[in-house]
Design a protein around this ligand. Structure first.
Ligand SMILES: [Zn+2]
Length: 94
């Protein structure tokens, strides 16, 4: 994905964040985060735009190829998400 995410759906009550790769400090995506707390999962439908590719089992940084997370499926919500490894992505509220 480069630019807008065709699967993006606006989430009520969410706030906008920018996700950055901690290894190379480049901007990866704009993401709707809901709830308090750290970023644990990136739900694909909440990514508004950016450079992340969602067609593989592993999520990697498109700039430095660092492994960022692994694909999981939330059974309750039947939603695909990437479980983010600790210390790989920085979330900045915007
Ligand atoms: Zn990177």
């Amino acid at each position: 994905m480069k630019g807008k995410n065709p699967a993006y759906k606006r989430v009520k009550g969410a706030f906008k964040t920018e996700l950055l790769c901690l290894a190379c400090e480049k901007s990866l995506a704009y993401y709707d985060k809901s709830g308090k707390g750290n970023l644990i999962n990136i739900y694909i439908s909440r990514v508004e735009k950016g450079y992340l590719e969602f067609n593989k089992k592993l999520l990697v940084c498109p700039f430095c190829q660092e492994e960022l997370g692994v694909l999981v499926v939330n059974k309750k919500k039947k939603e695909e998400a990437y479980r983010i490894y600790r210390g790989k992505i920085q979330m900045k509220r915007i």
